[in-house]
Design a protein. Structure first.
Lengths: 256, 312
């Protein structure tokens, strides 16, 4: 159980990283702030509390894996990885710029990146493959995959979820960053994904629902998910606000 | 002596099983076609290393990629046509990241026969050839298919292997050494060269016998690696004959014919006659009936060569 003071520190960390996200996107004059700001609290919970990772040895074989399937929200992940020391903070200036490391969407050549995303709907299948490899190799690591609510409109997400539960993969934890907005408007208006908790439950998942901007709820949910080894995969449905933290960006699809 | 026949998919399944016995790191996946692709031989022997994904090709490629990323040597099979359902997964996950996923697409081409248009993939070579990092292979008999499966296990890159439903003559013996990127001269000639791939190798061999009766000697070359193409051999034989024919059970756009024409247009421009599907789809029927109707049989190939040689 995380102490109150520690949770407060994580909250402060997320606040600082929000500024870095905005700075790097401003520098690039390109990129997606909305989804980065909605996911950042969860990423802080993962990278400063939950994940067993070693920035000095990014390919450590027993590490937990984090797959960001909603790859356009790369700035959120980049600021976290830089802050944790996977690569120098000076790289953040080069985001989306030619001949620099940090690509618009993540590439495997960047330290700490576990999935080359950019095309929605692909990361969950990939994460499932990694989770199955852990079983074959008799390793104890967990695989976390973050998807979006707009992304959940991709059929491949459901192909993967069906297979994860069929193969009884309980080292796979899906995080749905349910930020309510997608490229051209509100998810409810573009293609309502309906009662997602009921859907994932029906697909055989343990379902945990939280407010994805409440750090205490985040760390509690992550603990619960990682401890849950009941031959079922788990999903944390993290209700968030796209653009969270910047008043005029919040729930505004123009800042996708 | 009775000619021995087997389908290339049989070679695939047999070799995958053998490979599984030798190497614990081999895993296989299929999208509910393991009986047809013959990956079931492996599945039955190694249920822990075989993953069924159901009828879900995108997930087939996605899960295969995650396993490959984690160090597994992955063989993912389905029908050639359905692998195309997952094309963008292949592009953005497998080939973009150079992952060690060996895709096997069976039941390719008109040779599939009775199932008709929906099943007869005639664009798969073109599609996969356009992806950076991909090796594109098509064996001409079951022995070559077996060898390919083994060679690929040591080759840590993405590949697409095109397989066939129906039996074809076995022209290789067990000593045959398959090498990625090397064409194989099956018949020597002087008047023309036929670069053939897959099932069309057999039609081309028959065509060369027909032509022999007309005193025309043609090279017949088995191009089992379409990418990377054996440019050196293609250029060398074009120089020797000045008349190049390509033969494939695939659209003439984007396949072997295009690959050969691309190389020759930059290095040794000469006439290239592309035999294959003339930018249209097939239909139901027996493979030999379809080959005759769509101009892919030995007689049609011989006729095309004759037409040109007589003009010369």
């Amino acid at each position: 159980m995380a102490k109150k003071e520690f949770v407060l520190e994580l909250k402060q960390k997320a606040k600082g990283l929000r500024k870095e996200i905005l700075t790097m996107i401003y520098n690039a004059q390109s990129g997606h702030p909305g989804g980065s700001l909605s996911e950042i609290d969860m990423l802080v919970g993962l990278y400063y509390y939950k994940l067993k990772v070693d920035p000095k040895n990014p390919k450590w074989e027993n590490r937990d894996r984090f797959v960001l399937s909603k790859g356009h929200a790369s700035p959120g992940l980049y600021v976290v990885l830089a802050d944790r020391g996977f690569f120098p903070k000076s790289e953040l200036d080069g985001f989306r710029k030619i001949s620099r490391m940090l690509q618009g969407h993540p590439e495997l050549s960047t330290a700490g990146i576990e999935f080359a995303a950019g095309a929605l709907g692909q990361g969950l299948s990939f994460a499932l493959g990694i989770a199955l490899a852990a079983r074959l190799d008799k390793k104890n690591y967990d695989v976390y995959a973050m998807i979006g609510d707009g992304e959940s409109q991709e059929g491949a997400i459901w192909e993967a979820s069906m297979a994860a539960s069929f193969h009884k993969v309980d080292n796979l934890i899906v995080i749905l960053d349910k930020n309510q907005v997608q490229q051209t408007g509100k998810t409810k208006e573009i293609m309502d994904i309906g009662d997602v908790a009921a859907k994932w439950k029906a697909f055989g998942f343990n379902v945990i629902e939280i407010n994805g901007h409440d750090m205490q709820q985040i760390v509690t949910a992550l603990d619960k998910a990682s401890k849950s080894k009941n031959k079922k995969p788990t999903i944390i449905i993290s209700s968030t606000i796209k653009g969270k933290g910047v008043s005029f960006m919040e729930l505004n699809h123009k800042f996708h | 002596m009775q000619e021995q026949k087997a389908a290339t998919r049989d070679g695939y399944g047999k070799a995958l099983l053998e490979l599984g016995k030798k190497n614990q790191n081999i895993v296989a996946l299929d999208a509910d076609l393991s009986d047809s692709t013959r990956s079931e031989y492996f599945a039955k022997e190694f249920p822990d290393r075989f993953f069924s994904v159901g009828i879900a090709e995108q997930n087939l490629i996605g899960v295969s990629s995650g396993l490959a990323y984690s160090g597994k040597i992955v063989y993912a099979s389905t029908f050639a046509i359905f692998s195309e359902r997952a094309f963008e997964f292949v592009r953005n996950v497998v080939s973009r990241n150079k992952l060690n996923v060996k895709i096997a697409g069976s039941h390719a081409g008109l040779f599939t026969g009775e199932d008709g248009k929906s099943a007869q993939a005639i664009e798969d070579i073109a599609a996969y050839r356009a992806l950076p990092n991909m090796v594109v292979l098509q064996p001409c008999d079951s022995v070559e298919a077996e060898k390919m499966v083994f060679v690929l296990s040591d080759y840590k890159c993405p590949s697409y292997m095109r397989l066939h439903r129906n039996p074809v003559p076995i022209i290789h013996n067990g000593d045959y050494k398959f090498e990625i990127g090397k064409g194989e001269i099956l018949r020597d000639g002087k008047d023309a060269v036929i670069f053939a791939t897959g099932t069309m190798v057999h039609e081309s061999l028959k065509a060369s016998s027909i032509l022999k009766n007309e005193n025309i000697d043609v090279y017949v070359v088995n191009i089992s690696t379409i990418k990377p193409l054996d440019n050196k051999l293609v250029i060398e034989l074009a120089k020797k004959t000045n008349f190049v024919v390509t033969a494939e059970d695939h659209n003439i756009i984007g396949g072997l014919g295009s690959a050969v024409a691309e190389v020759l247009s930059e290095n040794y421009p000469c006439l290239v006659k592309r035999i294959g599907m003339q930018d249209r789809y097939g239909e139901s029927g027996k493979p030999e009936e379809l080959y005759k109707k769509y101009g892919l049989d030995a007689e049609s190939i011989a006729e095309e060569v004759l037409k040109f040689v007589k003009k010369r």
